[in-house]
Design a binder for this molecule. Structure first.
Ligand SMILES: *[C@@H]1O[C@H](CO)[C@@H](O)[C@H](O)[C@H]1NC(C)=O
Ligand SMILES: *[C@@H]1O[C@H](CO)[C@@H](O)[C@H](O)[C@H]1NC(C)=O
Ligand SMILES: *[C@@H]1O[C@H](CO)[C@@H](O)[C@H](O)[C@H]1NC(C)=O
Length: 794
């Protein structure tokens, strides 16, 4: 055995994913009695997975020194619900290697340890706690811990957690663990509220938020696989080699019977925000040095979230299966004219803004009523081999690694590595290489073209996770920070998609190419440009909302549109001017203001304008706050983060304002304003910028020229120190004299909040001391207002 593989082995044996076999891991320091309470113990989930999982836990723990009692809790009285619970319990099954006799014995013991309890009121929970206490005392055994599994609708969590805290918290050494199922909120706000409320009753280490996808064997294998095969993967796990990443969960089922839940969530909240996002972080995170450290894994995940580029509307397509509307109307008693826009299919294109993955498309795709049931993550690599003649040769075929979670045409979960990549190592005794293949094709390759590994024994995700909860191992659970980071990523997209009509698809094989998508630069779209709108949807909207309107505002030109179209138009106009200036004089001087309004424009320029002549563009600042340029408040910092670092602009062409000279901020004697003025007059012909982008504040200020400003702001100088009524008070700004020499000045105004201002501005005459923006009057140039409909129409 090489030194390398020994190190890998050492790493793997410390993995806490292998808990639940009686070894004492960090979270389960003492053996003793364990009380397991499934609240919602006769519900669907409990029936299908949970009792089976706890039975398996019990079987593994026989002889470990731990003893158990199991409680199925519910709202119904015990006499009514007890028979139902025992029907469920009798259906648990033993593993294949247990003899019939032993199996019967184990089941009998398990049933004897289980009972039903009504858990409705606080008194019910108190009675349960007293019961547990009495039993411990009678048997004379020490307590190891209490495990509550809340298999309940999410609205009940806070109340039940509170009751548990008030009555069932063990005293002294025993642990308390409370397991929660998604949904954990439906956006960032509600998730924050829920997290805060739960924090009142439970400590973070006591909460186990389940994402059952993380219990799937192949998902749990992603990080160990990356570690085991590090020497093969390191050279290729980057933008130079990865063509695309796809994370896909296809379902054939519809959502009948679940509409009241589903219609408020939809596929993005139900699958993409949690399952697929978690898989993505496992694939893309920097490898932790210690696979057992949930803290380190969390930090690596959070790092991925913080470097995700924001998801915007044109990075997603949504669909809805045709029969959905009818089901909604039936199950929610809505009338025929009720239209639900809840998507049942979504494909989203994400990007990670790190040098390693720059530009690599990451697709997250899921839907109901599709042609097959399958879940996988595929890393497709670029193939740089050109096959002149031997086109069927192994080198000419797709190069890919497939984490095949299950279902579909392959009968078992597996990790597949195409043979033209490398032969993966198998060091983990719970995995084995498959060499005998049936004739099946997986994502474009016959299975014989892959190295295939599969778990020696298939395990249910819930059973795996239950044994990890018992072992106190938190690696595969969703911490509060992780959850909020994920909602932080998805909430803006969900908001921007709120008004979108999904494409209607018939379902199953009939979908044909209707849901196929194409990645186009940073956008994703349907390949087929037909939109089928159901009769119910027609007429429900006056959907000619994509027009751009031309007009006049304050005797200047005005362009108005919905926000996204407006930003697209402004970006296109800037590029047009840039190209004209470069044709004419080989240089384009652009002066940009700060604040939040232009951020959407910066993104647009960075992600869609690849032919922008950045190498001939000089970027100047319209104004700056007197803070160090590295501070988040600095306008330059915002411009840097949202635009400059994403485009190829020569460093020499970037001109931040000198607000920090001699290690102090905007001191008159340091003559920062004069310095910037000198730079402008030295480089910009006639000190006339080609394009100046301005915004307007609620008080009518523009650049950093505020109402009641000082004389030198309106004098001959190009740059001045000014005072803002808002913190930070000190500013540096271009003056009217500089602005009004420009060839084109654009005033960008967006958002409902600016409507009142726009109405006032439409009435007032030019009074720069009261409404500074009215002092913007290019002497020989053109002024154009870009006002979105929200600001224009309110
Ligand atoms: C649980 O309840 C007690 C009061 O019984 C309270 O002091 C405590 O802060 C609660 N929360 C936690 C996390 O212990
Ligand atoms: C890895 O992390 C686990 C859990 O925090 C810890 O018990 C273990 O000592 C760590 N191993 C190494 C080699 O640092
Ligand atoms: C819909 O109406 C039926 C019959 O009137 C009723 O039984 C059912 O509870 C209603 N469902 C909802 C969700 O309101």
């Amino acid at each position: 055995m090489s030194v390398h593989s020994m190190i890998v082995l050492l790493l793997l044996v410390t993995l806490c994913a292998h808990g639940g076999k009686g070894e004492e891991s960090a979270g389960a320091p003492r053996s003793g009695h364990v009380s397991v309470v499934i609240v919602g113990g006769t519900g669907d989930l409990a029936k299908k997975y949970l009792w089976q999982g706890f039975f398996e836990l019990y079987v593994h723990q026989v002889g470990s020194g731990n003893t158990f009692s199991f409680y199925g809790g519910g709202l119904s009285p015990a006499d009514a619900a007890t028979p139902a619970l025992f029907e469920i319990l009798k259906a648990v099954s033993c593993s294949k290697d247990a003899s019939e006799e032993r199996c019967a014995l184990l089941k009998e013991q398990f049933l004897r340890l289980a009972r039903y309890r009504q858990l409705k009121t606080l008194e019910d929970y108190q009675a349960l706690a007293e019961h547990i206490g009495r039993e411990l005392q009678q048997e004379g055994i020490t307590e190891a811990g209490r495990l509550f599994y809340l298999s309940l609708p999410a609205f009940a969590y806070v109340d039940v957690a509170d009751k548990i805290n008030r009555s069932c918290r063990p005293t002294g050494g025993p642990w308390l663990r409370v397991v929660l199922e998604k949904p954990f909120g439906h956006d960032i706000r509600s998730a924050e509220v829920l997290a805060t409320q739960l924090e009142g009753s439970l400590k973070d280490e006591e909460m186990y938020r389940i994402d059952h996808y993380l219990g799937k064997q192949v998902v749990a294998k992603i990080l160990p696989f990356r570690v085991e095969n590090k020497k093969f993967l390191d050279p290729i796990w980057n933008k130079h080699h990865i063509e695309r990443v796809e994370i896909v969960m296809k379902e054939t089922l519809d959502v009948k019977g679940r509409i009241s839940f589903y219609d408020q969530y939809g596929v993005i909240r139900d699958v993409l925000q949690n399952h697929l996002t978690e898989v993505m972080t496992l694939l893309m995170m920097r490898l932790p040095t210690n696979l057992s450290s949930s803290e380190e894994i969390l930090q690596r995940k959070l790092q991925i979230f913080s470097s995700m580029l924001p998801l915007r509307k044109n990075q997603a397509v949504v669909g809805q299966y045709q029969a959905y509307q009818t089901t909604v109307q039936q199950e929610t008693n809505k009338t025929k004219d009720h239209v639900s826009r809840t998507p049942t299919y979504a494909a989203v294109l994400a990007h990670i803004d790190e040098a390693q993955y720059e530009g690599v498309p990451i697709l997250l795709i899921s839907g109901k009523m599709l042609d097959e049931r399958v879940g996988y993550a595929r890393i497709l690599f670029k193939n740089d081999v050109f096959c002149l003649q031997s086109r069927d040769g192994v080198h000419c075929k797709p190069k890919q690694i497939v984490f095949y979670f299950g279902h579909g045409s392959l009968q078992y979960p597996a990790v597949l590595v195409s043979k033209n990549l490398f032969r993966p190592v198998v060091t983990d005794s719970e995995w084995t290489e498959v060499t005998e293949h049936t004739d099946v094709n997986i994502l474009g390759l016959p299975i014989s073209d892959y190295y295939v590994q599969t778990p020696t024994e298939q395990k249910e995700a819930y059973s795996e996770l239950i044994s990890q909860i018992f072992a106190g191992c938190k690696n595969n659970f969703i911490s509060t920070e992780n959850l909020l980071a994920s909602w932080g990523l998805w909430t803006p997209l969900l908001n921007s998609l709120a008004g979108t009509y999904p494409r209607i698809y018939p379902g199953g094989g009939d979908n044909r190419d209707l849901l196929d998508i194409r990645v186009n630069g940073k956008d994703v779209g349907y390949t087929r440009e037909v939109v089928i709108i159901s009769p119910e949807q027609m007429g429900a909207t006056s959907a000619n909302s994509f027009q751009v309107m031309q007009g006049n505002f304050r005797r200047a030109d005005m362009v108005s549109a919905w926000p996204e179209e407006l930003v697209e138009r402004l970006a296109a106009d800037i590029q047009k001017e840039a190209e004209a200036a470069v044709r004419e004089g080989n240089v384009f001087h652009l002066a940009i203001s700060g604040g939040s309004t232009p951020l959407a424009l910066f993104h647009r320029l960075a992600l869609h304008h690849f032919s922008f002549p950045w190498s001939h563009t000089h970027v100047w600042m319209v104004d700056e706050r007197c803070v160090p340029l590295t501070e988040p408040e600095s306008n330059f910092r915002g411009l840097h983060d949202h635009l400059l670092q994403h485009v190829r602009i020569p460093y020499f062409n970037i001109h931040p304002m000198p607000v920090q000279l001699n290690q102090r901020l905007c001191v008159e004697e340091d003559r920062g304003a004069a310095l910037y003025e000198k730079e402008i007059s030295g480089m910009v012909h006639g000190s006339s910028f080609h394009f100046v982008l301005l915004g307007v504040g609620y008080d009518g200020h523009t650049a950093s020229l505020f109402p009641g400003g000082k004389a030198d702001e309106v004098g001959e100088g190009l740059v001045a120190l000014t005072e803002s009524p808002l913190k930070p008070h000190q500013r540096m700004s271009l003056t009217f004299s500089a602005i009004n020499r420009a060839r084109t000045v654009a005033l960008l105004v967006m958002g409902k909040g600016k409507h009142e201002l726009i109405s006032q501005l439409s009435r007032v005459s030019d009074k720069p001391d009261k409404w500074p923006v009215t002092g913007v009057k290019p002497a020989d140039g053109r002024l154009v207002w870009y006002i979105d409909y929200d600001a224009l129409l309110g």
